[in-house]
Design a protein around this ligand. Structure first.
Ligand code: PLP
Length: 422
């Protein structure tokens, strides 16, 4: 991407500066550069098309160009709350009582009672001191590290952390040390390297969204305590459904009191609208309100979004039933697919990556699945490493057992057609 931007800038510079050249010549030069880059993506088989959904989000959706209802296995709608009647109603109610939006950032005139209430509920849900809302978790990740860490500090980051974490870390001036994916001994080496720093922060996804694998948090916390580091986790693919009460990876692995800072999203299991947040120690949250740039310089979360998320969190605080209903469905899908001969990455997480290797195969198989009424998406480079293309299946609590069986049957049919299974 950046090489395209640089080439493009260079093309524009030479075109506009050369005497006698017109703006039209500059524009056509730039267009040619862009078209060439787009052709490269198409030729590599890594083009990401967007299918148009004409219904609301749910286990069954309507997709433009396909007939009837399609079974959806690629949303992060882990608990099926995106279209839950109480969640939708809460959004409508908030729209009526608090309007469409704030036309303001939080610190000018953009903080409503419902924002404070949601922050308090999220802090309670995660059992942390305080919470700050952002327009997205991407923003929460972009805003945290620069505020927390200075040039005298060190950040130790899993090499497969989410893009928004990587970007957020790039914005801070701390020493950056990248450790091998889930590798505790490499993390320990990096912690030794960082011993002269003022503060050390270990940064990891709780669950890695491409492979569905879970960070070894007890080992990470042991090392953090041994080498005097704080622990940060991104819980976008865990909040609401991992652990006995759905509190996340830290609850699942019994380290809720040993993880210091959590960023997560309202755009997946918690109603699926949009928004992100940080929970952690009170002074950190207060400092973020003073200094975090995506918070200070971006509009407040719209009231309907706040309403939907608040109801979703309240439902989960009231009962862990929805969160629990998902585990059996995940196991059923993983077991049936493995028996059929597919390789499924990760373990026991509703993200079930069906590993295929080849980018084009992943894309063609996903198209064939849609013809059989199953909506899944092929993932390829640069979203996943080259040669590790896959179809990522995501199980939702809203899927029925029949939905799971139909998805497995369709995989077997398309897998046989393309020689993936016999
Ligand atoms: N972190 C992880 C691990 C994610 O998977 C995502 C979304 O894809 C984000 C952060 C960004 O979340 P949001 O959609 O709220 O910006």
């Amino acid at each position: 991407y950046w090489s395209t931007v640089h080439t493009l800038r260079a093309a524009l510079r030479t075109s506009t500066c050369a005497p006698g050249r017109t703006y039209a010549a500059a524009a056509s030069g730039a267009k040619a550069v862009l078209e060439k880059e787009l052709d490269t993506i198409r030729a590599a088989g890594t083009w990401k098309g967007e299918r148009i959904i004409t219904s609301k989000q749910g286990p069954q959706i309507r997709v433009d160009g396909s007939r009837g209802r399609i079974l959806n296995f690629c949303a992060n709608n882990y608990l099926g709350l995106s279209s839950h009647p109480e969640v939708v109603q809460a959004g409508i109610d908030a729209l009526r009582t608090h309007g469409a939006g704030l036309s303001s950032v939080r610190f000018i005139c953009g903080t409503q009672d419902i924002h404070k209430h949601l922050e308090q509920k999220l802090a309670e849900f995660h059992e942390r001191e305080d919470c700050i809302l952002y327009a997205s978790c991407f923003d929460a990740n972009a805003g945290l590290f620069e505020v927390l860490l200075g040039p005298d500090d060190a950040v130790l980051s899993d090499e497969l952390n989410h893009a928004s974490i990587i970007d957020g870390i790039r914005l801070c001036r701390a020493q950056r040390l990248r450790y091998k994916h889930l590798d505790l001994s490499d993390l320990e080496n990096k912690l030794k390297e960082a011993q002269s720093s003022r503060m050390r922060l270990i940064v990891t996804d709780g669950v890695f969204s491409m492979d569905g694998d879970v960070a070894p948090l007890p080992g990470i916390c042991d090392l953090a305590e041994q080498y005097g580091a704080m622990v940060f986790i991104d819980e976008c693919h865990a909040t609401g459904f991992l652990g006995p009460r759905g509190r996340g990876t830290d609850e699942l692995l019994g380290v809720m009191d040993r993880v210091h800072i959590i960023n997560s999203t309202l755009g997946k299991a918690l109603g699926g609208a949009a928004g992100g947040y940080t929970v952690g120690p009170k002074p950190l949250i207060e400092l973020l309100r003073q200094r975090s740039r995506p918070y200070l310089f971006s509009n407040s979360l719209p009231p309907p979004v706040v309403g939907c998320a608040t109801r979703a969190v309240e439902l989960l605080l009231d009962s862990n039933e929805i969160a629990q209903s998902m585990a059996a469905k995940t196991t059923s899908f993983r077991d049936q697919m493995t028996q059929a001969g597919f390789t499924i990455a990760g373990s026991a997480h509703p993200i079930c990556p069906v590993m295929l290797g080849d980018a084009r195969l992943a894309s063609v198989m996903a198209d064939d699945m849609l013809k059989l009424g199953i909506y899944v998406i092929g993932f390829s480079y640069p979203v996943v490493p080259k040669g590790k293309a896959r179809i990522r299946v995501q199980i939702s609590a809203a899927h029925t057992d029949e939905d799971i069986d139909r998805c497995v049957d369709a995989f077997i049919q398309t897998g046989r057609k393309h020689g993936v299974v016999s």
